[in-house]
Each structure stands twice: as structure tokens, then as C-alpha cells.
Write a protein that binds this ligand. Structure first.
Ligand code: MEV
Length: 328
């Protein structure tokens, strides 16, 4: 038998990084999905092929421990991290189905570039747990899936992960996460535009970098709480459908993330290109270090400006994904 599930990627309207320290965040699922197909094997091995995990495309033929990950044209730590997520997702499925010896062939087909700040790992983990548990004849609901996927990110990111990415990918829509408190919230149809610089970065390292900065300098802890204050203002603007204020707060959020050391020249250039093109606001999205920005623009200007920016490999309009994880 084979079983396929898909789950959406996401952009952060506000609050990445600060959410790791208990501040609220508002990620929104977008209509770019990771599809994971699993078939149960006769033995207890795990074989993963991942055709389109990066925008350039690469193939991983992998079995067993993460140090078997082969040499491909995505940085090795990113591939190892990706394989770590798959390993742990399969562990969660074995646990949920009470099948500790289950082995799988896993095929990942993702429209979300890997390590690009668009929630590829959460989407793969959520879809992977769902597909593997269903393959073993067990159904778990989206909230339990979100919880199990969070355990995976927590494990792979050395204990420094929030529930935001995995909850958003499992549930779909716009969500609010503050510590263990996760809810889906209403949102107007936001005109998201994404710019992606074509690079991959390790979330765990970036999260650890913010942690080190917080330990070294008090201002970094204050910056994290300033992001929390900004998110609370942003929630009110979201409830009012006040897109202008949302945009202004996104600009401030980008500045605060820069202060935490997680922006990059490519991200800054894309943020400015989007603003110059007419976006009401723009910020990096996800862990940063490179990767993606998200802007709000209901015209074509930001997308056009991004596509003319040398640092931007791909620019696209992103629809809010109302549906989270689903069987395919
Ligand atoms: C990464 O997509 C978002 C971070 O806030 C990490 C996390 O929430 O686990 C940087």
C-alpha cells in the first residue's frame, strides 16, 4: 500500500524568533505544499527520496542514520537537518501506531524550498507523520499531529523550537501561538507577496545565535519583548482588517529582527525592493540568515520589483491556505 499526505508551508506575518521565548506570533499557512508518500516495508529500514526539496532540485537516497546523508548541492548541514526531521517524524508515527519496528520507503515532493523560511521542515514533518500513521492504519487528529510534529522540531532544534510552524502547517489558515497556547484566528484575505533569494539556512543555528546574543547583551532580550508588543498591536490591526497598519508593523518587525542579527543583505535588498515597488510593508520571514521575505501588496508593483532584483531568485503571490494537513 502507499499513502500520501500534504501540508502547507507558511509565512510569518509577525513574531518569529521571539515566539521561541514565549512571545506571541502570527504565522499564516500558504498554498505551497509538501507532499509525503510512504509505503510500509517488510523490514525496519527507512529509505527517503526527496526529489524537489530545494528549488534547484536534488535527490537524496538515504537509509538509516543521518550520517549516511549523501553529498548533494544543498549544504550538508541542511540535508542532515532535513533527514533528522524525517527520522524523528517516522519515530513519532511508530509511537502513535504502537509499531516500533515499522520501516518505510518515503518520497518527499515539496513545492516549498528547503531551509528558505517558508516552513518546509514543518510541512514535511506534519505530512510525514500523517502519511505514516495512516499507512499503519491509525488516524490521529490535526491537533495531535501538531503536537507530535512540535516534538520533532524540538528534538532536531536542540530544545529550541516553538509550536508555531508545526501548528500552522497542521491546522492551516492564520494562527496565533503564545507558548503552548495555539489557536486559529480569522484573517482578511491578505495580499502576500514572497521573494526568495535561492539560499538555504539552518533554523537551529539561527535560533541558537539569537540565544547567544540574548545572553551576551540585555538589549537583545528587550528586542525580543518589543517584538511581542508589536505582535499584540498587529493582532488588533488584523482583527480590524487594517492592512496599512499591518504593513507598518511588518516594517518595524523587520528592523527588530535585523537587530537580533538574523537578516542578511539579500533579505534587506528584497525588503527594500518590495517597499519601493509599492508594498505597504515587508519583512524577512522564518528563521532568516537569507531565504525569504514577505510583503503585503494588492497591486503588481512589489512582485515586479522583486523579480527585477538580482538578489531575488523567485517572486510569487501567496494565497492563504485555509486547509492544513490533508490526505491526498
Ligand atoms: C522558524 O520558522 C521560526 C523560528 O521562530 C523558530 C521556531 O519558532 O521554532 C525562528
Amino acid at each position: 500500500m502507499t499513502t500520501t499526505s500534504s501540508a502547507p508551508g507558511k509565512v510569518y506575518l509577525f513574531g518569529e524568533h521571539a515566539v521561541v521565548y514565549g512571545e506571541p506570533a502570527v504565522p499564516c499557512a500558504i498554498e505551497r505544499r509538501a507532499h509525503v508518500t510512504v509505503s510500509e516495508r517488510d523490514d525496519d529500514r527507512l529509505r527517503v527520496s526527496a526529489g524537489d526539496l530545494s528549488i534547484d532540485g536534488f535527490t537524496v537516497e538515504y537509509s538509516g542514520a543521518t550520517d549516511d546523508a549523501p553529498d548533494v548541492d544543498v549544504p550538508a548541514p541542511i540535508v542532515e537537518a532535513a533527514m533528522g526531521y524525517v527520522d524523528e517524524a517516522v519515530e513519532q508515527a511508530r509511537d502513535a501506531a504502537n509499531a516500533p519496528g515499522a520501516g518505510f520507503d518515503v518520497e518527499i515532493d515539496s513545492e516549498i524550498p528547503l531551509g528558505a523560511g517558508l516552513g518546509s521542515s514543518a510541512a514535511v514533518v506534519v505530512a510525514g507523520i500523517d502519511a505514516a500513521t495512516r499507512e499503519l492504519g491509525v488516524h490521529i487528529d490535526a491537533r495531535e499531529l501538531a503536537d507530535r510534529a512540535y516534538q520533532v522540531e524540538h528534538e532536531v532544534q536542540d530544545g529550541q523550537a516553538s509550536r508555531a510552524d508545526t501548528f500552522c502547517s497542521a491546522m492551516g489558515g492564520a494562527v496565533r501561538v503564545e507558548g503552548d497556547d495555539c489557536t486559529t484566528i480569522g484573517a482578511p484575505d491578505l495580499p502576500f507577496v514572497v521573494g526568495y533569494d535561492g539560499t538555504s539556512h539552518d533554523t537551529g543555528e539561527l535560533v541558537a545565535g539569537v540565544g547567544a546574543l540574548r545572553e551576551e547583551f540585555g538589549f537583545a532580550a528587550d528586542t525580543v519583548s518589543a517584538i511581542g508588543d508589536l505582535v499584540r498591536r498587529g493582532e488588533a490591526a488584523l482583527a480590524d482588517g487594517d492592512v496599512e497598519t499591518l504593513g507598518r508593523l511588518m516594517d518595524v518587525n523587520h528592523g527588530l529582527l535585523s537587530a537580533l542579527g538574523v537578516s542578511a543583505r539579500t533579505l534587506d535588498n528584497m525588503v527594500w525592493a518590495a517597499r519601493d515597488g509599492g508594498a505597504v510593508g515587508a519583512k524577512l520571514t522564518g528563521a532568516g540568515g537569507g531565504g525569504s521575505i514577505v510583503a503585503l501588496d494588492d497591486g503588481d508593483g512589489a512582485e515586479t520589483a522583486l523579480s527585477l532584483t538580482p538578489d531575488c531568485e523567485e517572486a510569487f503571490r501567496a494565497e492563504l491556505a485555509e486547509e492544513g494537513v490533508r490526505a491526498e
